[in-house]
Design a binder for this molecule. Structure first.
Ligand code: PHE
Length: 346
């Protein structure tokens, strides 16, 4: 067989084989087996050296033509195989890009947590520390150390859940006052603390009462602390929480652990004092209880009440949040209904 015939024959066989190839790897191996260094065409062309001089260009041209043609066909085949692979993939996939996406629900801090943290920030800014107390407390700290001995009638205001006669669910955050005073070293400076947490009372639940709610206790003890310090502190708190135009009003009240004791009102943030449904047409809204720490309470912590004095206050986060956001049923805070909490993204 002449070289020309060999090339023609190779071309025929090659084109037939090529038409049968259906995957990229076989196609690549095939290309190498024909056009590669040890390929069939290369092998045939080794016979060129035995040709007469005038024959060589002819055979060379023929070989080049074949190489070019095959290269083109290989490229085209590669493209066809690539398209087929994509078509196959698409056929196997069930992704419908026109479907609406899945909404990722973003978590959010509870409105009471937000309120607590906001108040914490205000007091941290005034140099207070934040102290944790116990929700399961002793009668001793919850009542006796708060100047409420066993037979004290004011205990009735805070009837609670007893675990044993001496252990109960705390009725207020005030026992943290005694625990913090006990632990404080006054040679290192004054005591300034707040203590947020959950408290319990055997109340009947209704729109404004819950047997379980939240308070923030505040306590400052130092030499020379006066009622004006309490007033200035609460004024700052109220202005930051309810607006710079708010005023406070102190009304005489009674708590066994403070003397004198006060209820603190703020001027109504809705009507500004003119009278409306929020302030029940009085112009004022009661927000918290406070007073000067009773000398008995100081003395029970071993603090010399002739040298040291202090103030304390207790506020309820539920009440603050209900007033601020116009929430009219306290039970909404505890139901876990996202329709309420989603309104307070923060
Ligand atoms: N412990 C009181 C209550 O729960 C609030 C209070 C705290 C009042 C501190 C005065 C001083 O009603």
């Amino acid at each position: 067989m002449s070289l020309q015939e060999k090339i023609t024959e190779l071309r025929k066989v090659t084109l037939t084989k090529l038409s049968e190839i259906a995957d990229e790897k076989t196609l690549n191996d095939f290309r190498v087996s024909v056009l590669g260094k040890k390929g069939e065409l290369t092998d045939i062309l080794k016979g060129m050296k035995d040709l007469a001089n005038e024959e060589r260009p002819k055979i060379g041209a023929l070989a080049n033509e074949f190489r070019d043609e095959l290269s083109r066909l290989l490229e085209a085949k590669k493209e066809v195989i690539g398209q087929a692979v994509i078509a196959q993939k698409l056929a196997n996939e069930t992704l419908d890009v026109t479907l609406p996406g899945k909404k990722v629900a973003k978590g959010n801090r509870h409105i009471l947590t937000q309120t607590t943290e906001e108040i914490e920030d205000i007091f941290l800014g005034m140099g207070y520390k934040i102290v944790d107390g116990y929700e399961v407390e002793t009668d001793y700290y919850n009542f006796e150390r708060m100047n409420l001995p066993k037979d004290h009638p004011a205990r009735d205001m805070q009837d609670t859940f007893y675990i044993t006669p001496e252990i109960l669910l705390r009725t207020h955050t005030s026992p943290v006052q005694a625990r913090t005073m006990d632990a404080h070293d006054f040679s290192k400076g004054p005591l300034k603390m707040i203590s947020p947490g959950r408290v319990y009372r055997r109340d009947t639940d209704d729109a404004t009462h819950s047997h379980q709610f939240h308070q923030i206790e505040g306590l400052v003890i130092d030499e020379g602390i006066a009622m004006s310090d309490l007033k200035g502190t609460l004024d700052t708190l109220v202005k930051k929480m309810f607006g710079a135009e708010r005023k406070i009003r102190l009304r005489p009240s009674y708590f066994p652990f403070t003397e004198p004791s006060v209820e603190v009102d703020i001027s109504c943030f809705k009507c500004g004092g003119a009278g409306c449904n929020v302030c029940k047409w009085t112009g004022w809204i009661e927000v918290l209880g406070a007073g000067m720490v009773h000398p008995n309470v100081l003395e029970m912590s071993g603090i010399d009440s002739s040298k040291y004095s202090g103030f304390a206050f207790g506020l309820g986060q539920e009440r603050i949040a209900m007033l601020r956001y116009g929430i009219n049923d306290i039970r909404g805070f505890y139901l876990g209904d996202a329709r309420l909490s989603e309104q307070f993204i923060g």
